[in-house]
Design a protein around this ligand. Structure first.
Ligand SMILES: NC(=O)c1ccc[n+]([C@@H]2O[C@H](COP(=O)([O-])OP(=O)(O)OC[C@H]3O[C@@H](n4cnc5c(N)ncnc54)[C@H](OP(=O)(O)O)[C@@H]3O)[C@@H](O)[C@H]2O)c1
Length: 672
């Protein structure tokens, strides 16, 4: 789509490179009241500068105008472009009055033209990540929020501050958190209270004096359609280097969420979650993240026009923002609450899908390429598993046990949604307690699997073991129940809450050995155990079945006897033993492969190959290993006792390994 820029000030220098880089856009023309500025921008990007807007609209082939003029000029320029038949993408605000803004929306609709408007912050990775937590109901009912936009003394950071000072902090500051909050909680329905004042008034900066008349400090309370009432502060008095520049903090019955910068464009924007009574912890990304550019909104709009679909940053939302700002101003003047009409305003769909299986191809460069609201199903029918899980085993080599309670809490806070549990780990009752606490993720967002231990393979013991695990975890139905190993050992009685026993007692119960120290096997056959496993599916005690620590030959045997085949296989997998043959076997049969012990092979985390790859991507060797598994189509279940490591291990969606990286990792095979 051929694009023209109207208004070639500072912000145009930020838009132009993104427009030039986008495959679907071509920067053709520029114009500005200052001809020299228009010429400079045009020369820098191979476009043609026009002396005025009339000539540009008459003579250039541009079909989409990007309106980057000063605040008060936005509406008249947009109107002229729409009247001349051009689609328009405008910098915020769409207009300086609601009547004008809605007039533009109507005009665009009448002419069948696209109308889009900044801000696009809601599409930012951090803002979408925070939204996922809200949709997962992690905060419970959100009743209130604090939003700050302290854009500071414009005279200090903008060479031409006059237009900003006239517009005030609502039109050029509040609009960012407001656009995000409207995405999360629907339109603003009422301005409950508002107070505005002029704190700075006339002032001087570097020898220039500025006469400010628009209030530069506003505090108001807004009610959103979904219920929360939000305190918003917008200020050109409080310095922009304050610690709460674009801070947004949401508070619900069961937790709080902090977004470090509601206006952030960068993928790594900070999002933290605190379950009630717990510390704030980082919320890592659960999907590939991407930085927004100023041009992202134009790319989205061009794609929407071409596809004949709605635009994510459409004019109606921008007009609603203007209505809200006007209502805040009226409320401050009258002291009375002001109702805001939001009838029929379409709600934006979230861009970040939950629990999607990440694949390298899911790294999307533009917003336009994403299908809002789509879920990518894992290949096997009915099994949709998160891309990374948390390993809940208390075993740490040799004779050591670790207590993972705090780590599991951190893992859930950090967004892990798959817990790898087992009867043998002895801590399912502890996990059940964690899952039952207020603010824990809802059951339907979790994938919970357990495994029957080798001493309980006889049908009646297997049934009882599954019942114990379900009860301890507090579940009606497991997502997957596995044979921990295909081999059956002599029964030693029920295995209950092993974590409460001494190491010796737990070992005696779980590892029956003969005089030579070998496991005492039982004569229960694999076929008998598998029949018992199948009955658990028919009785609704588990959705799927799986086998762990299994060879291809053993899997073939399971397939021979199975009426309900395994859907999930769990094996030790790392670059020393990548198990490609098993992966291929499982891929053919639609079986998901989980990689246990992905990090713990001796010396693995110190491999120079992994360290070099980690350095190239600015991540750690552990992240390279988790990512390598994700990109191989396997689901790693790393474990850790360190909160930092727990978070780091799931924060693997901001980078992709190259083919060369995969080749280098492949050289480790068989060397460990
Ligand atoms: N099916 C089976 O038979 C079977 C067998 C083994 C394991 N598993 C499953 O696989 C899970 C994981 O296996 P695993 O427990 O052997 O552990 P792992 O995840 O392979 O490795 C854990 C080790 O790596 C360290 N570590 C973790 N993250 C790190 C990071 N980012 N940087 C540096 N070091 C890091 C941990 O130390 P810190 O605690 O200090 O972070 C710990 O020493 C188990 O919990 C279990 O669910 C299943």
């Amino acid at each position: 789509m051929k694009v023209a820029i109207v208004g070639c000030g500072t912000i145009a220098d930020r838009y132009a490179p993104g427009i030039v880089d986008a495959d679907c856009l071509e920067l053709l023309a520029t114009t500005d009241l200052d001809r020299e500025r228009a010429g400079r921008l045009a020369r820098a990007h191979g476009a043609t500068a026009y002396g005025d807007l009339d000539t540009l609209l008459g003579d250039s082939d541009a079909s989409l105008v990007v309106n980057l003029t000063s605040h008060a000029a936005h509406a008249p320029v947009t109107k002229q472009c729409l009247e001349e038949g051009a689609h328009v993408y405008s910098e915020k605000p769409l207009a300086m009055s609601a009547t004008e803004a809605w007039g533009l929306v109507d005009l665009a609709a009448e002419r069948g033209l696209g109308l889009g408007c900044a801000p696009i912050s809601l599409a930012g990775s951090a803002q979408q990540r925070a939204w996922r937590y809200l949709r997962e109901d992690r905060l419970g009912t959100v009743r209130t929020a604090y939003a700050d936009c302290n854009i500071g003394r414009v005279t200090e950071w903008n060479e031409s501050p006059e237009s900003f000072l006239r517009a005030g902090p609502l039109y050029d500051g509040a609009i960012y958190p407001l656009s995000v909050l409207i995405g999360y909680f629907g339109p603003v329905v009422e301005v409950e209270a508002s107070h505005s004042e002029l704190l700075l008034g006339e002032h001087e900066h570097e020898g220039r004096s500025f006469a400010v008349e628009t209030p530069d400090h506003v505090i108001c309370v807004l009610r959103f359609a979904d219920g929360p009432s939000v305190r918003l502060t917008a200020s050109m008095y409080i310095p922009h280097r304050t610690r709460s520049f674009y801070d947004l903090e949401l508070h619900g019955d069961e937790g709080s969420l902090h977004l470090g910068d509601a206006a952030a464009f960068d993928a790594d924007g900070s999002v933290e979650f605190a379950r009630l009574g717990r510390e704030y912890r980082a919320v890592p990304s659960q999907r590939p993240s991407r930085d927004l550019t100023y041009a992202s909104g134009i790319v989205e709009m061009a794609a929407a026009i071409e596809a004949g679909r709605g635009n994510y940053f459409n004019g109606a939302r921008a007009a609603h923002l203007v209505s809200v700002i006007e209502a805040i101003e009226r409320c401050a003047d009258s002291g009375e609450p002001i109702t805001v009409d939001s009838e029929g305003l379409e709600r934006p769909a979230p861009l970040e899908n939950d629990h999607n299986r990440a694949s390298p191809s899911a790294v999307l460069g533009t917003i336009a390429g994403q299908e809002p609201g789509t879920e990518s199903e894992a290949s096997s029918e009915g099994v949709s598993m998160p891309p990374v899980g948390f390993g809940c085993s208390r075993y740490r080599g040799g004779d050591e046990y670790v207590d993972l309670r705090e780590s599991i809490e951190v893992a859930l806070d950090a967004g892990y949604r798959l817990l790898d549990c087992a009867e043998l780990y002895g801590n399912e009752h502890r996990i059940g307690e964690i899952l039952a606490r207020p603010g824990s993720p809802d059951r339907e967002t979790l994938f919970l699997l357990s495994k029957v231990w080798n001493t309980n393979h006889a049908p009646e013991h297997l049934q009882a073991a599954c019942d114990r695990s379900r009860e301890a975890l507090g579940l009606e139905t497991l997502d997957c129940y596995m044979l921990h190993w295909p081999a059956a050992w002599e029964h030693q009685g029920p295995l209950e809450d092993l974590a409460e026993l001494s190491h010796e007692d737990a070992t005696a119960l779980t590892f029956p050995t003969d005089e030579a120290g070998d496991p005492v096997e039982s004569d229960v056959t694999l076929a008998e155990s598998w029949r018992a496993m199948e009955s658990l599916v028919t009785e609704g005690k588990t959705r799927t079945l799986g086998v762990s620590n299994v060879s291809i030959a053993e899997l073939e045997r399971v397939f021979e006897i199975a009426e309900i085949p395994p859907r999930v296989v769990q094996v030790g997998r790392d670059p020393y033993a990548p198990r490609e043959d098993l992966l291929a076997f499982c891929a053919e049969r639609g079986i998901e492969v989980m990689a246990h012990s992905p990090l713990s092979a001796e010396g693995l985390l110190d491999e120079s190959v992994l360290e070099a790859i980690a350095d190239d991507h600015g991540v750690t060797p552990a992240q390279v290993l988790v990512r390598w598994n994700v990109e191989s189509g396997t689901i790693p279940v790393p474990s850790s006792t360190s909160a930092e490591h727990v978070i780091e291990n799931v924060d693997v969606f901001g980078f992709s390994l190259t083919e060369a990286d995969h080749d280098r990792i492949a050289t480790l095979e068989g060397t460990g």
